[in-house]
Design a binder for this molecule. Structure first.
Ligand SMILES: Cc1ncc(COP(=O)(O)O)c(C=O)c1O
Length: 389
């Protein structure tokens, strides 16, 4: 059984009674990750390449961050690129692959995507006269794989899709999409930001060409991580300063000086995840929490996305007819619960398709407890009852 109390003891953030259900926006961070930032400033300051200890420590931090990121994703360390966040990395990498594309080449995106995996392609399409096509979803919010097959053709160069929706939690069969992309001769480009905190990733098993995630969604620093298949990214010409090194190959897409303090924090994040058994260990526990949450929701909850824990991560979008979600999230905050209210959650196509107007997003992370979930459901039910009275 997952020892959630032992996990929580590593976080100062959990010393009070406030219950954080805002993980899809960014998780809480264990103290050891915060301490690693301070360690870096105290003992590994300066820059890479100098012949003394503090500089050499930075070199070890960068190497270790690359190695541990590679293990986390099932990649090799040369295939890792760090960036400010997923969005920045995606603009960089999409512009880079754009150098290989020709007018009328096609990019496929999906209706499940966060705009960080759509806007870079739309902007590239403007600059390079490309065509961007969008695959829709079925009524159960799963990707329309048949439509995807129909859209693919000899001009398709990239299929960009999310591994899990940041709004609904709906997951995508990434292996299937990568295979379809490859059969059409296109690159498979995966946004794994919402998937990475909840389910293990193996880029080789799904056969991704590019996969991106953000460590602040899994108890780490605000930092983006990208995997790029070596044979693919080796063939790209990077936008880089000329003296900046060419090895490892993933480094060619990192511009300027990396945030070493955040890379120290990232190493500590992977050590934390290893210490609690890895993402593999959180799956069953998050499922138990998600099932409890779904089972005890107020009766007239409108839930968008899968009504069970099948085909989803524990990110839930819901609202109540006639009750503004913002009112509920403010009232929940006063009662000690961190739950977001918002409109499109950057999932613009989903927002158009499902028209939820405004909705609460409840995100469960491995550090949540059954007691917190029970308390949230009770409080939410009481608030909804009061609003209806
Ligand atoms: C699915 C998904 N993709 C991309 C992003 C953007 O990530 P970042 O904030 O690292 O740019 C987010 C952020 O919430 C997300 O949930």
């Amino acid at each position: 059984m997952f020892d959630v109390d032992a996990v929580r003891a590593r976080f100062s953030a959990f010393e009070g009674d406030f219950a954080f259900f805002d993980a899809p926006g960014g998780t809480q961070v264990p103290d050891e990750v915060a301490a690693a930032v301070a360690w870096n400033y105290r003992e590994a300051s300066g820059n890479l390449g100098a012949p003394y200890d503090t500089s050499q420590r930075i070199e070890s931090v960068v190497d270790e961050a690359r190695e541990k990121s590679a293990v986390f994703l099932g990649a090799s360390s040369e295939e890792i690129t760090f960036g400010a966040n997923m969005t920045s990395l995606n603009f960089t990498l999409s512009r880079t692959v754009g150098r290989t594309l020709s007018p009328k080449d096609e990019i496929v995106v999906t209706a499940l995507d966060h705009d960080a995996n759509v806007a870079p392609w739309l902007e590239l399409a403007r600059d390079k006269d490309l065509v961007v096509r969008q695959v829709g979803i079925l009524d159960d919010t799963t990707l329309d794989y048949a439509e995807l097959e129909g859209l693919l053709n000899s001009r398709t160069r990239v299929v960009a899709f999310p591994y899990a929706s940041n709004a609904l939690g709906t997951t995508v069969d990434a292996g299937r999409v990568c295979q379809l992309a490859h059969e059409a001769g296109a690159l498979a480009w995966v946004d794994a930001v919402q998937y990475a905190p909840h389910l293990p990733i193996d880029v080789k098993a799904i056969d991704a060409d590019v996969l991106l995630c953000s460590s602040y969604k899994f108890c780490g620093p605000h930092l983006g991580i990208a995997y790029g298949r070596r044979e693919v990214i080796e063939s790209w010409r990077p936008y880089k300063a000329r003296p900046s090194g060419d090895r490892p190959v993933g480094h060619r897409f990192e511009t300027g000086t990396l945030p070493y303090e955040l890379l120290s924090a990232l190493v500590a994040t992977f050590d934390y995840l290893d210490a609690i058994g890895g993402v593999e260990q959180v799956v069953a526990w998050e499922r138990t929490l998600g099932e409890r949450f779904l089972a005890e929701l107020p009766e007239d909850t409108r839930l968008y996305g899968s009504p069970s824990m099948e085909g989803r991560v524990p990110t839930f979008l819901l609202n109540y007819e006639g009750i503004p979600s913002a009112e509920l999230s403010v009232a929940l905050a006063k009662e000690g619960f961190g739950v977001w209210s918002g409109d499109n959650y950057y999932a613009l196509a989903l927002y158009d398709r499902l028209s939820w107007n405004d909705a609460l997003r409840v995100g469960i992370a491995h550090y949540n407890t059954l007691e917190e979930v029970g308390r949230l459901n009770e409080t939410l039910s009481a608030l909804v009852r009061r609003a209806r009275a």
